[in-house]
Ligand binder design. Structure first.
Ligand code: ZN
Ligand code: ZN
Length: 77
C-alpha cells in the first residue's frame, strides 16, 4: 500500500511538470520563434500581394498557393 501511494505521488508530479512544459513551450513558440510578419508570407518568406494572399486571426499571412488548409505555425488555425 505504501508503494502504491508513492507511485501515485510520483505520477502526479510528472504530469504537473509535463503540462508546465507544454504551456511554456507554446508561449515561447508564439512570441519568439514565429512572430507574425506583416506583409510577408509565412510559408515562402516573400512579400504578400493583396489579391493573392490571406491573413489569419493569428496574424500570419500566406499566399493562396502557399496555404494548405491551416497555419503552419499555429495548429489552431
Ligand atoms: Zn508564399
Ligand atoms: Zn499562425
Amino acid at each position: 500500500m505504501k508503494t502504491l501511494n508513492f507511485l501515485y505521488d510520483k505520477m502526479a508530479l510528472f504530469l504537473l511538470q509535463h503540462f508546465q512544459d507544454i504551456f511554456s513551450n507554446r508561449g515561447r513558440t508564439y512570441s519568439t520563434a514565429h512572430p507574425p510578419r506583416p506583409e510577408l508570407c509565412d510559408s515562402c518568406g516573400r512579400s504578400l500581394v493583396n489579391n493573392n494572399s490571406t491573413v489569419f486571426v493569428c496574424g500570419h499571412g500566406y499566399h493562396i498557393d502557399c496555404y494548405h488548409g491551416k497555419c503552419t505555425h499555429c495548429e489552431e488555425f
